[in-house]
Write a protein that binds this ligand. Structure first.
Ligand code: FAD
Ligand code: E0Q
Length: 469
């Protein structure tokens, strides 16, 4: 479709996905209006609530490139070359994410990224409305009601179509569900998270390695830390909600003193760098983690969901935002390609829903891998062989982590090829203790026989260009 000035695209939610989508669609020439329940963060400062920083990888970077924001975002990001694993005995080891610095991920500040996206959306011509919480939708009359939570005042808005970028608790999803069930299923992980801060060192520098994602795996739970440009780190503790089977849980840590005892035992080297531990613990809430599955994401041409509103996932692959950004590019492309909105939304759902399912599953799998396996001997041997095969067969054997983080092949492809590769690694390392024990010729033969070259697979929408951008 060519942009039609008699039609307005109305977006609910000006978070990460809503703001980027508004920028992309406005740049393509569409009239866009965005309604956000919170205050304008550019006026009141960012009132976050959820994770302070996020890992940005190639999928997200590619989407930002489409909006002309790649360089501006990277200028405010800290490179993370790999995972710095802090073992229980105090040793540390850096596990590189990629082959060199061209394959790294980036720690970005959620609030600053959101500000940049809002500015870009506005500069491209999108109209932004704050203090406007989507509350009720009449799909027959095509009218939506928004509430200003400061005083409870209401405003009505006539829409042509609604796009739900209003996050995991999406009000649009609820309204769509009332008209035609979406097959909604929430699966709680049973684990929550809490954030703490490592401030700069007394000399103003970073207290621990700056260019890494730190991880303290402890079997059934773990801590991670991501660097900030301010030379601080945001630490996140992931822990079962309920204590049991010898493992601690948030319910058994009623106060900072009991939490401190856990940290003294399990995360002593982290605790030594968190001088505000007690205050952080008391002030920060425990966040919930869940996966949201839907069977449908759209209501003919009148409404569609994307990002967390459509497919919230657990954060252990660092892909929720990256996937949401990829959704934005895909939706803009389908709107460009299709003859009407119903066809665009249907094509978007058909392309993205299976891929959302795949990354949701990989994110769940990564929790087990991160908290329990990164210091396991079998796992380390398989990673060694994986690295070797990736060098020997660069076009065929691409580690699953790399397919997810450094490539843009569909997530479903990464999941399927990852399965084949994992089987291969298990078979080729069976009975081996060291990489020298592995029969490389046999591993090579398996790679050749079981894996087609990856680059021959087409990428979705490689040809999409926004009309004016
Ligand atoms: P949101 O960012 O939640 O934005 C939704 C917006 O809608 C908000 O501004 C909200 O105020 C607004 N809104 C809500 N309801 C209404 C309403 N009724 N009316 C109007 N506006 C409304 N992802 C990564 O890629 N990398 C990471 O490293 C990473 N780490 C994470 C760590 C944690 C602990 C968590 C919880 C998540 C992490 N994620 C990460 C996932 C990422 O935060 C989400 O996937 C991403 O924020 C989704 O963006 P969104 O725009 O869909 O939703
Ligand atoms: C990344 C980057 C919250 C979070 C975010 C992440 C990652 C992890 C563990 C977590 C996965 C990884 N990872 O290191 O394999 O790559 O974003 Cl817990």
């Amino acid at each position: 479709m060519k942009p039609d000035h008699r039609q307005t695209l109305t977006i609910a939610g000006a978070g990460l996905a809503g703001a980027l989508l508004a920028a992309l669609l406005a740049r393509a020439g569409w009239q866009v209006e965005v309604f956000e329940k919170r205050a304008d963060p550019r006026e009141v400062g960012y009132e976050g609530g959820r994770s302070i920083n996020l890992a940005l990888a190639e999928r997200g970077l590619h989407a930002l490139r489409q909006a002309g924001l790649h360089d501006a975002v990277l200028a405010q990001a800290v490179m993370m070359r790999g995972r710095m694993v802090h073992f229980a005995d105090g040793r540390t080891a850096l596990q590189r994410y990629g082959k060199d610095d061209s394959e790294a991920i980036w720690s970005v500040h959620r609030g600053r990224l959101n500000l940049l996206l809002l500015d870009a959306a506005q500069a491209a011509g999108a109209k932004l409305h704050f203090h406007a919480r989507l509350d009720h939708v009449d799909f027959d009359a095509q009218r939506a009601r928004f509430i200003d939570d400061r005083d409870g005042s209401r405003r009505e808005h006539a829409f042509d179509m609604l796009i739900g970028a209003d996050g995991a608790g999406s009000a649009l999803r609820g309204a769509m569900h009332a008209v035609a069930p979406l097959g909604e299923r929430f699966e709680s992980l049973g684990h929550g998270y809490k954030e703490l801060e490592i401030p700069p060192a007394t000399d103003g520098g970073f207290r621990i390695e700056a260019n890494a994602l730190h991880i303290w795996p402890r079997g059934r739970y773990m801590c991670i830390a991501l660097p900030n440009t301010e030379r601080t780190f945001t630490v996140t503790l992931f822990l079962p909600q309920h204590a049991g089977q010898g493992a601690p849980g948030f319910d058994a840590l009623p106060d900072a003193t009991s939490a401190r005892t856990l940290f003294e035992y399990d995360f002593a080297d982290a605790l030594a760098n968190i001088p505000g531990f007690d205050a952080d613990w008391s002030a920060h809430p425990v966040g919930q983690l869940a996966t949201l599955y839907l069977d449908r994401w759209h209501l003919d041409g009148r409404a569609v969901l994307l990002g967390d509103a459509a497919h919230a996932m657990v954060p252990f692959h660092g892909q929720g935002m990256n996937c949401a950004f990829e959704d934005c590019v895909a939706l803009a492309r389908h709107i460009d390609d299709a003859d009407d909105f119903a066809a665009a939304f249907a094509a978007f759902e058909a392309e993205r829903l299976p891929n959302a399912r795949a990354i949701q599953q990989m994110a769940l799998e990564n929790y087990l891998e991160m908290r329990d396996r990164v210091d396991d001997a079998d796992y380390l041997l398989q990673r060694d062989l994986e690295r070797l095969l990736a060098i020997r067969h660069p076009e065929r054997f691409v580690p699953r982590y790399s397919m997810v983080s450094f490539r843009r092949v569909p997530y479903a492809t990464a999941l399927a090829r990852g399965r084949v590769q994992r089987e291969l690694l298990i078979e080729a390392t069976r009975g081996c203790l060291r990489i020298e024990d592995v029969d490389l010729a046999a591993a090579d033969a398996m790679a050749m026989a079981r894996l087609e070259p990856l680059e021959e697979l087409p990428l979705p929408g490689e040809t999409f260009q926004s009309t004016t951008g």
